[in-house]
Design a protein around this ligand. Structure first.
Ligand code: PEP
Length: 258
């Protein structure tokens, strides 16, 4: 099955960086460079507090907006939380769910992440579901078991039609923010495993349309070889998404591979 049926997706995870005005300045620069192309999907995921101003700055742009988290209820007594409907009202298309930082610092379980995936899809938000092993798990040869458990838990109850709107991000925890990247072959091995798992659970037609992003210190210097791999359909980018130059370069590299 050729990867041509999947459009590359380059998604920037800003984490807890950029005030509303800093974020607006950044998306203006990004829009100026790549806001009119649609060869490759480009998404920025600012903190909640910058979503509204970024949405305004991105009006008429092909660069889309995503959030970094959400609570799986539409409204109610959940102090400090943000609902899928609130994100939709700010023109978010995507939402990152189950990032390893949320799993680690906020003790998010696969069951809770699954509630969020279901709620996001119910509100027409596309989840970017993050999975990946720690260094200890890799060294103990548990990578595929861990990834499979996170996929099965996070995607429980999802139909094949819904699955087509889910993006998977394979992010080896040991590669996030560390400057260590999985080699293209190491990443492809896990991406190939994920594709097979998706085929087994949602059928070949849905699995061939689903995008599997690599995340973990991806930057312009290493992106080309990763993105060229059969089952790597884009990147979830932390550090390198905080500057217009490197984010735009990543989109440009993906475009050159189309
Ligand atoms: C991330 O946090 O999703 C990530 C991949 O970060 P970085 O690119 O900085 O490793």
């Amino acid at each position: 099955m050729s990867k041509n049926i999947r459009r590359y997706l380059i998604a920037g995870n800003w984490k807890m960086n950029k005030t509303a005005s800093e974020g607006t300045a950044l998306v203006r620069e990004i829009h100026h460079e790549i806001g009119h192309q649609s060869d490759v999907g480009a998404v920025v995921c600012p903190p909640f507090t910058a979503l509204e101003s970024c949405a305004k700055a991105l009006e008429g742009s092909t660069v889309q907006l995503g959030a970094q988290n959400m609570y799986p209820k539409s409204e109610g007594a959940y102090t400090g939380e943000v609902s899928p409907l609130m994100l939709r009202s700010l023109f978010c298309t995507y939402v990152i769910l189950g990032h390893s930082e949320r799993r680690e610092y906020f003790k998010e379980s696969d069951a809770f992440i699954n509630e969020k995936v279901v709620a996001a899809l119910d509100s027409s938000l596309k989840p970017i579901l993050c999975v990946g092993e720690t260094l200890e798990q890799r060294e103990a040869d548990e990578t595929t078991t861990v990834v499979e458990t996170q996929l099965a838990g996070g995607l429980k109850g999802i139909t094949a039609d819904q699955a087509e709107n889910v993006v998977i991000a394979y992010e080896p925890v040991w590669a996030i923010g560390t400057g260590k990247t999985a080699t293209p072959d190491m990443a492809q091995e896990v991406h190939g495993f994920i594709r097979k798992w998706l085929e087994g659970n949602f059928g070949e037609a849905a699995a061939s349309k689903m995008r599997i992003l690599y995340g973990g210190s991806m930057k312009p210097a290493n992106a080309r070889d990763l993105l060229a791999k059969e089952d790597i359909d884009g990147g979830l980018i932390g550090g390198a998404s905080l500057q217009a130059k490197s984010f735009v370069e990543l989109v440009t590299i993906a475009r050159s591979l189309v």
